[in-house]
Ligand binder design. Structure first.
Ligand code: RFL
Ligand code: PHB
Length: 390
Protein backbone atom coordinates (compact mmCIF):
# COMPACT_ATOMS: atom_id res chain seq x y z
CA UNK A 1 0.00 0.00 0.00
CA UNK A 2 1.12 3.53 -0.71
CA UNK A 3 -0.16 7.00 0.12
CA UNK A 4 1.28 10.51 0.41
CA UNK A 5 0.37 11.02 4.08
CA UNK A 6 -0.23 8.19 6.55
CA UNK A 7 -2.44 9.56 9.33
CA UNK A 8 -2.37 7.63 12.60
CA UNK A 9 -5.60 8.17 14.57
CA UNK A 10 -9.18 8.96 13.50
CA UNK A 11 -10.03 11.43 16.27
CA UNK A 12 -10.90 15.00 15.31
CA UNK A 13 -7.25 15.83 14.41
CA UNK A 14 -6.78 12.91 12.04
CA UNK A 15 -10.19 13.22 10.40
CA UNK A 16 -9.94 16.99 9.90
CA UNK A 17 -6.41 16.68 8.51
CA UNK A 18 -7.66 14.00 6.09
CA UNK A 19 -10.40 16.34 4.87
CA UNK A 20 -8.09 19.38 4.51
CA UNK A 21 -5.61 17.31 2.48
CA UNK A 22 -8.29 15.71 0.35
CA UNK A 23 -9.65 19.10 -0.68
CA UNK A 24 -6.20 20.03 -1.96
CA UNK A 25 -5.79 16.75 -3.85
CA UNK A 26 -3.28 15.24 -1.39
CA UNK A 27 -3.82 11.54 -0.78
CA UNK A 28 -4.01 10.19 2.79
CA UNK A 29 -4.97 6.93 4.51
CA UNK A 30 -6.07 6.95 8.16
CA UNK A 31 -5.17 4.08 10.48
CA UNK A 32 -7.23 3.87 13.68
CA UNK A 33 -6.88 1.40 16.53
CA UNK A 34 -10.55 1.44 17.58
CA UNK A 35 -13.84 0.89 15.74
CA UNK A 36 -15.76 3.90 14.40
CA UNK A 37 -18.51 3.27 16.98
CA UNK A 38 -16.00 3.30 19.80
CA UNK A 39 -14.52 6.59 18.61
CA UNK A 40 -18.04 8.05 18.54
CA UNK A 41 -18.84 6.80 22.04
CA UNK A 42 -16.20 8.99 23.71
CA UNK A 43 -17.95 12.01 25.21
CA UNK A 44 -15.48 14.89 25.22
CA UNK A 45 -15.35 18.49 24.09
CA UNK A 46 -18.34 20.74 23.74
CA UNK A 47 -17.17 24.25 22.87
CA UNK A 48 -15.83 25.25 19.46
CA UNK A 49 -13.99 28.48 18.76
CA UNK A 50 -14.78 30.51 15.67
CA UNK A 51 -11.50 29.37 14.01
CA UNK A 52 -12.63 25.76 14.46
CA UNK A 53 -16.11 26.35 13.07
CA UNK A 54 -14.50 28.22 10.13
CA UNK A 55 -12.28 25.20 9.46
CA UNK A 56 -15.24 22.83 9.54
CA UNK A 57 -17.00 25.13 7.07
CA UNK A 58 -13.86 25.23 4.90
CA UNK A 59 -13.86 21.43 4.55
CA UNK A 60 -17.61 21.39 3.84
CA UNK A 61 -18.87 19.71 7.03
CA UNK A 62 -20.44 22.71 8.78
CA UNK A 63 -24.07 22.30 7.68
CA UNK A 64 -25.40 20.26 10.63
CA UNK A 65 -23.28 22.25 13.09
CA UNK A 66 -24.98 25.48 11.96
CA UNK A 67 -28.42 23.83 12.14
CA UNK A 68 -28.09 22.04 15.47
CA UNK A 69 -25.18 23.76 17.25
CA UNK A 70 -25.86 26.46 19.81
CA UNK A 71 -24.04 29.76 19.31
CA UNK A 72 -23.19 31.23 22.73
CA UNK A 73 -22.40 34.91 23.18
CA UNK A 74 -21.49 34.66 26.87
CA UNK A 75 -21.16 32.46 29.93
CA UNK A 76 -21.61 32.84 33.69
CA UNK A 77 -18.92 32.82 36.35
CA UNK A 78 -20.32 31.74 39.72
CA UNK A 79 -18.34 32.53 42.88
CA UNK A 80 -19.12 33.54 46.45
CA UNK A 81 -22.68 32.36 45.78
CA UNK A 82 -23.41 34.81 42.92
CA UNK A 83 -23.39 34.58 39.15
CA UNK A 84 -21.79 37.17 36.88
CA UNK A 85 -22.11 37.09 33.09
CA UNK A 86 -19.06 37.38 30.86
CA UNK A 87 -20.42 38.95 27.69
CA UNK A 88 -18.13 37.43 25.07
CA UNK A 89 -19.88 39.23 22.24
CA UNK A 90 -19.50 42.78 23.51
CA UNK A 91 -16.04 42.21 25.01
CA UNK A 92 -14.55 40.78 21.80
CA UNK A 93 -16.16 42.94 19.15
CA UNK A 94 -18.88 40.48 18.19
CA UNK A 95 -17.29 37.07 18.58
CA UNK A 96 -18.98 33.97 19.99
CA UNK A 97 -18.38 30.26 20.48
CA UNK A 98 -20.38 27.29 19.20
CA UNK A 99 -21.64 24.63 21.60
CA UNK A 100 -21.56 21.46 19.47
CA UNK A 101 -20.25 18.16 20.80
CA UNK A 102 -17.00 16.57 19.70
CA UNK A 103 -19.02 13.41 18.98
CA UNK A 104 -21.05 15.31 16.39
CA UNK A 105 -17.96 16.96 14.84
CA UNK A 106 -16.42 13.50 14.54
CA UNK A 107 -19.62 12.03 13.08
CA UNK A 108 -19.79 14.81 10.43
CA UNK A 109 -16.11 14.34 9.50
CA UNK A 110 -16.52 10.55 9.28
CA UNK A 111 -19.58 10.94 7.03
CA UNK A 112 -17.73 13.33 4.70
CA UNK A 113 -14.78 10.94 4.51
CA UNK A 114 -17.03 8.03 3.68
CA UNK A 115 -18.98 10.05 1.09
CA UNK A 116 -15.70 10.96 -0.64
CA UNK A 117 -14.71 7.27 -0.71
CA UNK A 118 -11.57 7.89 1.36
CA UNK A 119 -9.88 5.01 3.15
CA UNK A 120 -9.88 4.64 6.95
CA UNK A 121 -8.61 1.39 8.43
CA UNK A 122 -10.53 1.00 11.70
CA UNK A 123 -9.62 -1.66 14.26
CA UNK A 124 -5.99 -1.75 13.11
CA UNK A 125 -3.76 -3.39 15.70
CA UNK A 126 -0.03 -3.48 16.40
CA UNK A 127 0.52 -0.18 14.58
CA UNK A 128 4.21 0.75 14.35
CA UNK A 129 5.98 3.54 12.46
CA UNK A 130 9.38 3.20 10.76
CA UNK A 131 12.12 5.15 8.95
CA UNK A 132 10.50 8.54 9.60
CA UNK A 133 13.98 10.04 9.77
CA UNK A 134 14.44 9.14 6.08
CA UNK A 135 12.57 10.19 2.90
CA UNK A 136 10.82 6.80 2.78
CA UNK A 137 8.83 6.24 5.99
CA UNK A 138 6.37 3.39 6.40
CA UNK A 139 3.74 2.14 8.81
CA UNK A 140 3.12 -1.50 9.74
CA UNK A 141 -0.13 -2.80 11.22
CA UNK A 142 -2.53 -5.70 11.34
CA UNK A 143 -5.99 -5.35 9.86
CA UNK A 144 -8.60 -7.99 9.13
CA UNK A 145 -6.22 -10.73 10.32
CA UNK A 146 -3.41 -9.69 7.93
CA UNK A 147 -0.21 -7.72 8.22
CA UNK A 148 0.05 -4.58 6.05
CA UNK A 149 2.82 -2.13 5.21
CA UNK A 150 1.82 1.39 4.23
CA UNK A 151 4.57 3.31 2.41
CA UNK A 152 4.25 7.09 2.50
CA UNK A 153 6.02 10.45 2.18
CA UNK A 154 4.98 11.70 5.62
CA UNK A 155 3.42 10.37 8.83
CA UNK A 156 0.96 12.49 10.80
CA UNK A 157 0.80 11.40 14.45
CA UNK A 158 -2.81 12.28 15.34
CA UNK A 159 -3.07 9.40 17.80
CA UNK A 160 -3.77 11.22 21.04
CA UNK A 161 -1.90 11.34 24.32
CA UNK A 162 -1.46 7.56 24.65
CA UNK A 163 -0.65 6.96 20.97
CA UNK A 164 2.26 5.18 19.35
CA UNK A 165 3.83 8.09 17.43
CA UNK A 166 5.29 10.21 20.23
CA UNK A 167 6.28 7.00 22.03
CA UNK A 168 8.30 5.89 18.95
CA UNK A 169 10.64 8.89 19.00
CA UNK A 170 14.23 8.18 19.99
CA UNK A 171 15.13 9.14 23.52
CA UNK A 172 16.02 12.80 23.83
CA UNK A 173 14.29 13.78 20.55
CA UNK A 174 11.57 15.73 22.36
CA UNK A 175 11.43 17.66 25.60
CA UNK A 176 8.25 17.05 27.57
CA UNK A 177 6.75 19.66 29.90
CA UNK A 178 4.09 18.33 32.25
CA UNK A 179 1.92 19.29 35.19
CA UNK A 180 -0.61 16.85 36.64
CA UNK A 181 -3.39 18.42 38.73
CA UNK A 182 -4.35 16.85 42.06
CA UNK A 183 -8.02 16.26 41.08
CA UNK A 184 -10.18 15.05 38.21
CA UNK A 185 -13.48 15.93 36.55
CA UNK A 186 -16.45 13.63 37.02
CA UNK A 187 -18.68 14.18 33.96
CA UNK A 188 -22.35 13.27 33.63
CA UNK A 189 -24.46 13.35 30.46
CA UNK A 190 -28.27 13.35 30.80
CA UNK A 191 -31.32 13.86 28.65
CA UNK A 192 -32.55 16.75 30.76
CA UNK A 193 -32.92 20.42 29.76
CA UNK A 194 -29.81 22.45 30.67
CA UNK A 195 -30.04 24.35 33.95
CA UNK A 196 -29.30 27.63 32.13
CA UNK A 197 -29.23 28.70 28.48
CA UNK A 198 -25.49 29.47 28.78
CA UNK A 199 -22.61 27.65 30.49
CA UNK A 200 -21.96 28.18 34.21
CA UNK A 201 -18.39 27.86 35.52
CA UNK A 202 -18.66 27.61 39.30
CA UNK A 203 -15.99 28.24 41.93
CA UNK A 204 -17.39 26.74 45.12
CA UNK A 205 -15.77 25.98 48.46
CA UNK A 206 -16.83 22.37 47.78
CA UNK A 207 -14.90 22.34 44.49
CA UNK A 208 -15.36 23.40 40.88
CA UNK A 209 -18.53 22.61 38.92
CA UNK A 210 -19.42 23.20 35.27
CA UNK A 211 -22.91 23.25 33.78
CA UNK A 212 -22.67 22.64 30.05
CA UNK A 213 -25.00 21.28 27.41
CA UNK A 214 -25.28 19.54 24.06
CA UNK A 215 -28.78 20.69 23.04
CA UNK A 216 -31.99 22.11 24.49
CA UNK A 217 -32.75 18.65 25.86
CA UNK A 218 -29.30 17.24 26.69
CA UNK A 219 -27.08 18.46 29.54
CA UNK A 220 -23.46 17.86 30.37
CA UNK A 221 -22.28 18.55 33.93
CA UNK A 222 -18.89 18.21 35.60
CA UNK A 223 -17.73 18.13 39.23
CA UNK A 224 -14.19 18.46 40.55
CA UNK A 225 -13.47 15.21 42.45
CA UNK A 226 -10.42 13.69 44.15
CA UNK A 227 -8.29 11.55 41.83
CA UNK A 228 -8.94 8.57 44.08
CA UNK A 229 -12.71 8.65 43.33
CA UNK A 230 -14.23 6.08 40.97
CA UNK A 231 -17.12 6.98 38.66
CA UNK A 232 -18.94 3.74 39.55
CA UNK A 233 -19.01 4.79 43.21
CA UNK A 234 -20.92 7.97 42.33
CA UNK A 235 -24.65 7.25 42.09
CA UNK A 236 -26.69 9.65 39.96
CA UNK A 237 -28.36 10.89 43.17
CA UNK A 238 -25.02 11.64 44.80
CA UNK A 239 -23.90 13.54 41.68
CA UNK A 240 -27.05 15.71 41.53
CA UNK A 241 -26.93 16.37 45.29
CA UNK A 242 -23.32 17.51 45.10
CA UNK A 243 -23.94 19.64 42.01
CA UNK A 244 -26.84 21.39 43.77
CA UNK A 245 -24.57 22.24 46.68
CA UNK A 246 -22.07 23.91 44.34
CA UNK A 247 -24.68 26.09 42.57
CA UNK A 248 -26.37 29.37 43.49
CA UNK A 249 -29.98 29.31 44.76
CA UNK A 250 -31.63 30.16 41.42
CA UNK A 251 -29.65 27.55 39.47
CA UNK A 252 -30.31 25.01 42.22
CA UNK A 253 -34.02 25.74 41.81
CA UNK A 254 -33.89 25.43 38.02
CA UNK A 255 -31.83 22.20 37.92
CA UNK A 256 -33.70 19.31 36.30
CA UNK A 257 -32.22 15.93 37.16
CA UNK A 258 -32.64 12.54 35.49
CA UNK A 259 -30.86 9.26 34.84
CA UNK A 260 -27.31 9.55 33.51
CA UNK A 261 -26.47 8.37 29.98
CA UNK A 262 -22.76 8.38 30.77
CA UNK A 263 -20.56 9.06 33.77
CA UNK A 264 -16.76 9.08 33.75
CA UNK A 265 -13.76 10.67 35.45
CA UNK A 266 -11.05 12.46 33.47
CA UNK A 267 -7.71 13.44 35.01
CA UNK A 268 -6.46 17.00 34.42
CA UNK A 269 -3.06 17.61 32.90
CA UNK A 270 -0.99 20.32 31.21
CA UNK A 271 1.50 18.75 28.79
CA UNK A 272 3.58 19.86 25.80
CA UNK A 273 6.12 17.87 23.75
CA UNK A 274 8.63 20.02 21.86
CA UNK A 275 9.36 20.01 18.94
CA UNK A 276 6.34 18.59 17.12
CA UNK A 277 8.32 17.40 14.11
CA UNK A 278 10.94 14.74 13.85
CA UNK A 279 12.13 14.18 10.25
CA UNK A 280 9.03 13.16 8.32
CA UNK A 281 6.87 12.56 11.39
CA UNK A 282 4.60 15.33 12.65
CA UNK A 283 2.69 15.26 15.93
CA UNK A 284 -0.67 17.05 16.08
CA UNK A 285 -3.44 17.51 18.66
CA UNK A 286 -3.42 15.54 21.91
CA UNK A 287 -0.42 13.51 20.68
CA UNK A 288 1.68 16.64 21.23
CA UNK A 289 -0.13 18.56 23.95
CA UNK A 290 -2.83 18.31 26.60
CA UNK A 291 -4.65 21.11 28.40
CA UNK A 292 -6.97 20.80 31.41
CA UNK A 293 -10.51 21.12 29.98
CA UNK A 294 -11.46 24.24 31.98
CA UNK A 295 -10.67 26.60 29.10
CA UNK A 296 -12.29 24.32 26.45
CA UNK A 297 -9.15 24.56 24.34
CA UNK A 298 -8.07 20.94 23.56
CA UNK A 299 -10.07 20.27 20.41
CA UNK A 300 -9.57 23.84 19.21
CA UNK A 301 -5.78 23.59 19.48
CA UNK A 302 -5.93 20.24 17.69
CA UNK A 303 -7.88 21.86 14.85
CA UNK A 304 -5.37 24.68 14.40
CA UNK A 305 -2.42 22.26 14.48
CA UNK A 306 -3.86 20.32 11.57
CA UNK A 307 -4.67 23.52 9.69
CA UNK A 308 -0.99 24.50 9.91
CA UNK A 309 0.09 20.94 9.07
CA UNK A 310 -2.17 20.66 6.04
CA UNK A 311 -0.92 24.02 4.69
CA UNK A 312 2.67 22.89 5.16
CA UNK A 313 2.13 19.53 3.45
CA UNK A 314 0.11 21.03 0.59
CA UNK A 315 2.88 23.60 0.04
CA UNK A 316 5.40 20.74 -0.06
CA UNK A 317 3.46 18.69 -2.61
CA UNK A 318 2.29 21.58 -4.79
CA UNK A 319 5.30 23.90 -4.70
CA UNK A 320 8.07 21.52 -3.64
CA UNK A 321 8.87 23.92 -0.81
CA UNK A 322 9.88 22.67 2.65
CA UNK A 323 9.43 26.11 4.25
CA UNK A 324 6.04 25.23 5.78
CA UNK A 325 7.10 21.89 7.20
CA UNK A 326 10.26 23.47 8.60
CA UNK A 327 8.18 26.07 10.47
CA UNK A 328 5.33 23.76 11.48
CA UNK A 329 6.46 23.07 15.03
CA UNK A 330 7.40 26.64 15.91
CA UNK A 331 4.19 28.02 14.39
CA UNK A 332 1.99 25.60 16.37
CA UNK A 333 3.87 25.97 19.63
CA UNK A 334 3.42 29.74 19.75
CA UNK A 335 -0.31 29.26 19.76
CA UNK A 336 -0.25 26.13 21.95
CA UNK A 337 1.66 27.78 24.80
CA UNK A 338 -0.91 30.58 24.89
CA UNK A 339 -3.68 27.96 25.12
CA UNK A 340 -1.70 26.12 27.81
CA UNK A 341 -1.24 29.32 29.80
CA UNK A 342 -4.92 30.24 29.61
CA UNK A 343 -6.12 26.73 30.54
CA UNK A 344 -3.69 26.51 33.47
CA UNK A 345 -4.68 29.98 34.72
CA UNK A 346 -8.44 29.37 34.46
CA UNK A 347 -8.04 25.95 36.12
CA UNK A 348 -6.01 27.49 38.97
CA UNK A 349 -8.60 30.21 39.45
CA UNK A 350 -11.65 27.93 39.56
CA UNK A 351 -10.61 24.78 41.51
CA UNK A 352 -9.90 23.93 45.13
CA UNK A 353 -6.30 22.80 45.55
CA UNK A 354 -5.81 20.37 48.43
CA UNK A 355 -3.60 21.69 51.22
CA UNK A 356 -3.60 25.33 50.12
CA UNK A 357 -5.65 26.54 53.07
CA UNK A 358 -8.30 29.25 53.46
CA UNK A 359 -6.11 31.98 51.96
CA UNK A 360 -6.35 30.33 48.52
CA UNK A 361 -10.15 30.79 48.41
CA UNK A 362 -9.82 34.44 49.51
CA UNK A 363 -7.27 35.11 46.79
CA UNK A 364 -9.43 33.39 44.15
CA UNK A 365 -12.47 35.41 45.18
CA UNK A 366 -10.49 38.65 45.00
CA UNK A 367 -9.28 37.80 41.50
CA UNK A 368 -12.75 36.75 40.37
CA UNK A 369 -14.25 40.02 41.69
CA UNK A 370 -11.58 41.96 39.86
CA UNK A 371 -12.22 39.95 36.69
CA UNK A 372 -15.93 40.72 36.55
CA UNK A 373 -15.59 44.36 37.67
CA UNK A 374 -12.75 45.43 35.42
CA UNK A 375 -13.51 45.61 31.73
CA UNK A 376 -9.85 45.12 30.69
CA UNK A 377 -9.67 42.02 32.93
CA UNK A 378 -12.96 40.61 31.55
CA UNK A 379 -11.68 41.31 28.05
CA UNK A 380 -8.54 39.23 28.65
CA UNK A 381 -10.72 36.31 29.75
CA UNK A 382 -13.18 36.76 26.88
CA UNK A 383 -10.63 37.05 24.08
CA UNK A 384 -8.79 33.93 25.24
CA UNK A 385 -12.05 32.02 25.65
CA UNK A 386 -13.34 32.78 22.13
CA UNK A 387 -9.86 31.93 20.82
CA UNK A 388 -6.86 33.93 19.71
CA UNK A 389 -6.55 34.66 15.98
CA UNK A 390 -4.73 32.09 13.80
P1 RFL B 1 -8.04 11.94 20.25
O1 RFL B 1 -9.45 12.44 20.21
O2 RFL B 1 -7.54 11.32 21.47
O3 RFL B 1 -7.91 10.92 19.03
C1 RFL B 1 -6.76 10.11 18.87
C2 RFL B 1 -7.17 8.86 18.10
O4 RFL B 1 -6.01 8.04 17.89
C3 RFL B 1 -6.35 6.68 18.14
N1 RFL B 1 -5.13 5.93 18.49
C4 RFL B 1 -4.49 5.11 17.65
N2 RFL B 1 -4.75 4.77 16.39
C5 RFL B 1 -3.90 3.88 15.80
N3 RFL B 1 -2.83 3.34 16.43
C6 RFL B 1 -2.54 3.66 17.71
N4 RFL B 1 -1.49 3.12 18.31
C7 RFL B 1 -3.39 4.58 18.36
N5 RFL B 1 -3.39 5.14 19.59
C8 RFL B 1 -4.45 5.94 19.67
C9 RFL B 1 -7.36 6.75 19.28
O5 RFL B 1 -8.17 5.60 19.33
C10 RFL B 1 -8.15 8.01 18.88
O6 RFL B 1 -9.26 7.70 18.06
O7 RFL B 1 -7.01 13.10 19.86
P2 RFL B 1 -7.18 14.33 18.84
O8 RFL B 1 -7.75 13.88 17.52
O9 RFL B 1 -5.89 15.05 18.85
O10 RFL B 1 -8.32 15.26 19.48
C11 RFL B 1 -8.10 15.93 20.68
C12 RFL B 1 -9.42 16.11 21.44
O11 RFL B 1 -10.08 14.87 21.50
C13 RFL B 1 -9.22 16.69 22.85
O12 RFL B 1 -8.25 17.71 22.84
C14 RFL B 1 -10.51 17.27 23.45
O13 RFL B 1 -11.46 16.26 23.66
C15 RFL B 1 -10.23 17.98 24.79
N6 RFL B 1 -11.45 18.49 25.45
C16 RFL B 1 -12.02 19.68 25.06
N7 RFL B 1 -11.51 20.38 24.02
C17 RFL B 1 -12.12 21.52 23.58
O14 RFL B 1 -11.61 22.15 22.64
N8 RFL B 1 -13.30 22.00 24.15
C18 RFL B 1 -13.88 21.37 25.19
O15 RFL B 1 -14.95 21.79 25.62
C19 RFL B 1 -13.24 20.17 25.70
N9 RFL B 1 -13.77 19.50 26.72
C20 RFL B 1 -12.02 17.79 26.51
C21 RFL B 1 -13.20 18.33 27.14
C22 RFL B 1 -11.49 16.59 26.94
C23 RFL B 1 -12.08 15.91 28.00
N10 RFL B 1 -11.51 14.68 28.40
C24 RFL B 1 -12.23 13.49 28.55
C25 RFL B 1 -10.06 14.56 28.42
C26 RFL B 1 -13.80 17.68 28.18
C27 RFL B 1 -13.23 16.48 28.65
C28 RFL B 1 -13.89 15.85 29.84
C1 PHB C 1 -18.29 20.30 27.67
O1 PHB C 1 -19.43 20.66 27.33
O2 PHB C 1 -17.94 19.12 27.64
C2 PHB C 1 -17.31 21.32 28.12
C3 PHB C 1 -17.64 22.67 28.02
C4 PHB C 1 -16.75 23.63 28.45
C5 PHB C 1 -15.54 23.24 28.98
C6 PHB C 1 -15.20 21.90 29.08
C7 PHB C 1 -16.10 20.93 28.64
O3 PHB C 1 -14.69 24.20 29.43
Amino acid sequence: MRTQVAIIGAGPSGLLLGQLLHRAGVDAIIIERQSADYVLSRIRAGVLEQVTTDLLDEVGVGRRMHQEGLPHTGFDLLFAGERHRIDLHSLTGGQQVMVYGQTEVTRDLMAAREAAGLQTMYQASDVSIHDFDTATPHVKFQHGGQWHTLHCDFIAGCDGFHGVCRASLPEGAVTEYEKVYPFGWLGLLADTPPVHHELIYANSERGFALCSQRSATRSRYYLQVPLSDKAENWSDEAFWDELRLRLDPSAREALVTGPSLEKSIAPLRSFVAEPMRFGRLFLAGDAAHIVPPTGAKGLNLAATDVKYLSSALIEFFQERSAAGIDHYSQRCLQRIWKGERFSWWFTSLMHQFPGEGAIAQKLQNAELHYLVQSQPASTVLAENYVGLPL
